[in-house]
Design a protein around this ligand. Structure first.
Ligand SMILES: [Zn+2]
Length: 489
């Protein structure tokens, strides 16, 4: 594949096809004849007239997805997944493209000591940039949109500003965060975590790749030439605000026929390993009344956790179950299972945890909790239970000013259909924005995911939805810059 940078001049893609009609009722201001236009001098109508190009955005997505092509799921050329592991050779190709492309758009590109890439376009005044950020790495069997959309839409914003010679008051830019997926080096969002000061850089640099390889993050950063000499920190590379466009990775927007999720925050989660201990015994010679069946107790606990979470509007899930000895004719005496509790509200996660801790002890002792012993044979033997906390991630609340920039942009874009086409949402998954929100005003924008699928080759978001997301991303960044210019943030 040949990628020419910059793109052929004179290219004119279609703009937001699906929502052209939204604007057709108004006089659409054309910025095409305007040179060196200062954003702060523009009217609301002029701001709405600055449009991203759907066709150009999709070309960036699909051409750069030639680096790290994954499993094929359909017959069309773009119907493949992605397998672009962080700091691999294909990740280097995508990073090289990021540098070359943004430089031609007038940006200065800085790489920090975690390989995070910051492409910054100057404004009329100096100051930290307002950025669009996400990630170019994927899962080993990932898709073409998770992370990739957020970065390429940021680049489409730069292209649009460049084409129209728009002068923002302060710098704006795009960030590519390293190893967001945590698929190759096993900590998710590790490099935004280092930038935020939550993860020590030595710990991140020493992370070994998953599998039999011996490479570390630092050795791979060196190997592909992306170990930058700027410290990875919010002090060495300050940002003014961080906006992240991302696929929803869930089914809600599609099911409700909405176009944009206005993300309010990321839900809290706690992960536990629950250990249940009973006694191994023969399945044929030991009556029900003489068993300490660890799996039977664990099964009741898992059902209880579902009921406890349901009562509070939370989520509780078990994804790992390990039982010993693992023999058809032996009642298992030892069971470990994972428990993942989530809610947008920290106190609800704590309440479900406390409820389960009390109930699990009683269940292990053989008590009838929540009618879980109905039709069961009582036993003279009991089990014990213990908990280990594996992870604790408090709820993230995004910044009201950033959220309002997104909301105002959708109002200008969708007009009277804004309420029908948008939804206030909480992210169920973690993102780099969780870490950036600890240091700078941050929010996220979601677009629909087909069937709610992600981390899979069939992950898909319609081109018009990608473009609508990119339009809202750009509008939000520009609105934030306007507020800064007016001294309101
Ligand atoms: Zn992602």
């Amino acid at each position: 594949m040949s990628l020419s940078v910059p793109r052929a001049s004179g290219y004119r893609g279609t703009s937001l096809g699906a929502f052209e009609s939204v604007w057709s009722s108004k006089r659409c201001f054309s910025v095409s004849g305007m040179r060196k236009k200062e954003l702060r001098a523009m009217s609301e109508e002029e701001l709405g007239g600055i449009k991203v190009q759907q066709e150009r955005l999709m070309r960036d997505i699909h051409e750069t997805c030639e680096w790290g092509v994954g499993e094929r799921w359909g017959s069309a050329p773009t119907e493949t997944g992605m397998s672009r592991l962080s700091l691999s050779d294909t990740d280097k190709q995508a990073r090289d493209w990021f540098v070359e492309t943004t430089k031609t758009l007038g940006c200065t590109v800085t790489t920090d000591a975690m390989g995070n890439q910051f492409a910054i376009r100057p404004g009329l005044k100096d100051g930290p940039p307002t950025v669009a950020g996400s990630h170019l790495d994927t899962q080993p069997t990932g898709g073409r949109y998770d992370g990739i959309l957020g970065v390429t839409a940021g680049i489409e914003m730069l292209r649009t500003l460049h084409d129209n010679d728009i002068k923002t008051t302060f710098p704006v830019g795009v960030v590519n965060w390293t190893n967001e997926e945590g698929a190759r080096f096993p900590i998710s969002m590790v490099s935004s975590g280092v930038w935020a000061g939550d993860i020590p850089i030595s710990h991140a640099h020493d992370l070994k790749e998953v599998g039999t390889g011996t490479a570390t993050m630092k050795s791979e950063l060196q190997r592909i030439g992306y170990l930058g000499d700027i410290a990875c920190s919010h002090e060495a590379m300050p940002l003014a605000a961080h906006f992240e466009l991302h696929i929803e990775q869930g089914p809600i927007l599609e099911a409700e026929n909405r176009k944009i999720g206005i993300v309010q925050g990321v839900q809290a989660y706690k992960w536990f390993t629950v250990k249940v201990r009973g006694a191994d015994c023969h399945t044929g010679t030991t009556s029900f009344s003489h068993r300490a069946d660890a799996l039977l107790a664990a099964s009741k606990m898992i059902i209880y956790s579902h009921r406890a979470a349901s009562r509070k509007g939370a989520l509780a899930s078990t994804g790992i179950l390990t039982l010993k000895p693992g023999s058809t004719n032996t009642v298992p005496g030892s069971v470990d299972f994972s428990l993942d509790i989530r809610s947008p509200d920290d106190s609800i996660v704590e309440a479900v945890e406390a409820d389960c801790k009390t109930a699990f002890s009683a269940i292990a002792a053989g008590e009838d909790i929540d009618n879980l012993n109905t039709s069961f044979t009582p036993s003279s033997k009991s089990c014990t239970v213990s908990w280990r906390t594996d992870s604790n991630s408090p709820a993230t609340r995004f910044h009201p000013t950033c959220i309002s920039c997104v909301s105002e942009t959708t109002k200008a874009l969708f007009g009277e259909k804004q309420e029908e086409l948008t939804k206030a949402m909480t992210s169920g998954a973690g993102h780099d924005s969780v870490y950036t929100s600890k240091r700078v005003p941050t929010t996220m924008i979601f677009v629909p995911s087909r069937d709610g699928v992600s981390h899979n080759p069939v992950e898909f978001t319609k081109p018009e939805d990608c473009a609508t997301g990119a339009q809202v991303l750009m509008g939000s960044v520009l609105r934030y810059d306007l507020l800064r210019g007016e001294g309101k943030v």
